[in-house]
Design a protein around this ligand. Structure first.
Ligand SMILES: [Zn+2]
Length: 559
């Protein structure tokens, strides 16, 4: 069958060459890039493009800004702003309400059980010593909308090769989509890059070979020191300060970070929170391109890369740390090398690359307070206990609230019987939360569209609300208030600009030079890719193509 098709195709190509005088580019019709590379940088704030710009090379971020198109006001348009939702929303053009990824972990309201975004009991782990290892029992099954990568597969009758690569399972699986050839992620216990039986029955030889070189051990054997003399890191709080969280087993969070020592107690997962985690991810990306011949076939291929280490470093040290600054200076160099590699391997102009983030991230709260900027620490555990006590006095039942995770109130329905009126329970919970310090609003999800809160927040609540998987009440904290992470390090998850303003850069195939300050959304990325590739937009897409850029895309007008 495939021979006939291929022969038919060959005859057709010859006919067109003779008739039209212009050969089709490797049969690649309609006009499309050979390879799309999506790069998601976990926790990258938009302002990092400029915060460290004077020390970025010409070949990394600055090349993308110079040669490509920057959407300077790209916002995440739902809450909560977490990794799994970010990756899902970038690639589906959709929101939790529709695509069903309501957090990294979320609570299935009907059962009260917590579900991890990509967990899947029906698949086996591939590449770990045991195939029942939880780390590999992962798939995109819980993602209920198609991705742009799925749509590329559908548009090419599954001839496109689609591969996801990330240290985090969710950073690899959710972008690669349901119909991917493979998604690979890192298992710190075995030190291997692995996959699951959703995709394949064994690891490809090239990845087994890479695993055998023990990459995490190799990289961690070299300690982490700053790229430049430490006194030149003028954009950050001097190293070894109270706002940062030391590595486990280390007293001071200070350079040099002796990874060669720390690995002995922490294991290979330590690589996640060092810049080497990015190096290793780019290694696997390059190996995938070469060995799977991505960009070398008749149809467009897609490589979805997500760099997780900036998120781990950001959480541990916060946005004003030398560690974050050094991580971005190193990332910039690695990005430059990777783009140069794509020029060589796939050819300048033959690939399309976009770079964005799954969410951004906050400053450390205490650091802000020490600089007289308002901030605060939302003590989730204590507040839940006090709330439950209050509700017990009122309704005579203990533990009516099971969790405040994702800044949502999850009720414990097992405790709710005919003596508890849900309407009164919700009203009492809202009234209580609204007088808790740090709370700006407590909003009943199902009535959020009519809630007296600013429209921008209302829309993000509604977009993030999945009635089967979200709590019933959304808590909106005051700016720079956070759940439990404000003492050391930092976090993300809210609607505020520091969490929701992300970079979005496009470069390569047909992409015009320029930038726009029009507000666009994370959910506009997939439909813009769909327009560029001329494939159908994903099936839950709520975003719009970014016309500011697309209007300047010059096609050759080939029919
Ligand atoms: Zn994070």
């Amino acid at each position: 069958m495939s021979t006939i098709v291929k022969n038919g195709r060959w005859i057709m190509t010859c006919f067109i060459v003779l008739w039209g005088g212009m050969p089709l580019l490797g049969g690649n019709s309609p006009e499309r890039p050979r390879l799309v590379v999506g790069i998601v940088i976990d926790q990258m704030r938009w302002d990092y493009l400029y915060r460290y710009q004077d020390r970025y090379t010409k070949t990394g971020f600055n090349r993308m800004l110079r040669e490509g198109f920057s959407c300077e006001n790209t916002m995440v348009n739902y809450i909560p702003t977490y990794t799994a939702i970010g990756h899902s929303s970038i690639y589906t053009g959709s929101v939790p309400s529709i695509h069903g990824i309501a957090g990294n972990n979320f609570i299935v309201q009907a059962t009260g059980k917590s579900l991890y975004c990509t967990e899947d009991d029906e698949v086996r782990s591939i590449g770990t010593p045991r195939d029942d290892a939880a780390v590999g029992k992962m798939s995109p099954r819980n993602l209920k909308a198609s991705t742009i990568t799925d749509e590329l597969e559908l548009a090419t009758n599954f001839r496109a090769k689609v591969i996801g690569v990330s240290l985090k399972d969710r950073g690899s699986i959710l972008p690669a989509g349901h119909a991917a050839d493979a998604a690979y992620w890192f298992d710190g216990k075995s030190g291997n890059w692995i996959t699951s039986s959703w995709y394949r029955e064994s690891l490809p030889g090239w990845l087994e070979g890479y695993n055998q070189t023990r990459p995490a051990e190799r990289y961690l054997s070299e300690d982490w020191n700053t790229l430049y003399p430490i006194e030149t890191y003028v954009q950050s709080t001097p190293d070894d300060n109270v706002y940062e969280e030391p590595y486990e087993g280390d007293k001071h969070p200070a350079f040099p970070i002796k990874t060669s020592e720390l690995v002995k107690s922490q294991g290979l997962d330590l690589i996640r929170s060092t810049p080497c985690g990015m190096t290793m991810t780019f290694d696997v990306a390059r190996l995938a391109i070469e060995n799977e011949r991505l960009g070398g076939g008749e149809v467009t291929d897609f490589l979805a890369v997500s760099l997780s280490s900036p998120d781990y470093v950001g959480h541990q040290f916060g946005a004003n740390s030398v560690k974050v600054e050094d991580t971005y200076l190193r990332l910039d160099k690695e990005l430059g090398d990777f783009l140069a590699y794509l020029d060589k391997q796939v050819g300048k102009g033959n690939y399309l690359v976009f770079l964005t983030a799954d969410h951004a991230g906050a400053h450390n709260g205490q650091f802000l307070l020490d600089h007289k900027i308002p901030a605060g620490n939302w003590k989730e555990g204590e507040i839940r206990t006090a709330l439950n006590k209050h509700l017990q006095e009122r309704f005579g039942k203990e533990k009516l609230v099971s969790s405040l995770s994702n800044y949502q109130v999850h009720f414990n329905y097992k405790q709710v019987d005919e003596t508890v009126d849900m309407e009164s329970l919700r009203a009492a919970t809202i009234a209580y939360l609204q007088q808790v310090e740090g709370v700006a609003y407590a909003v009943e999800m199902a009535k959020a569209a009519a809630a007296p809160v600013p429209a921008i927040i209302r829309e993000r609540i509604v977009n993030g609300y999945n009635h089967a998987l979200s709590g019933e009440i959304q808590v909106i904290l005051k700016p720079a208030w956070y759940s439990d992470r404000n003492l050391q390090g930092a976090t993300h998850g809210t609607w505020n600009p520091y969490d929701s303003h992300i970079p979005l850069l496009w470069m390569g195939w047909k992409i015009p030079r320029g930038q726009s300050n029009e507000e666009v959304y994370m959910t506009d990325i997939a439909p813009t890719l769909a327009a560029l590739l001329r494939v159908q937009m994903p099936n839950g897409c709520v975003g719009k193509p970014i016309t500011d850029m697309l209007k300047n895309v010059k096609r050759e007008g080939k029919k």
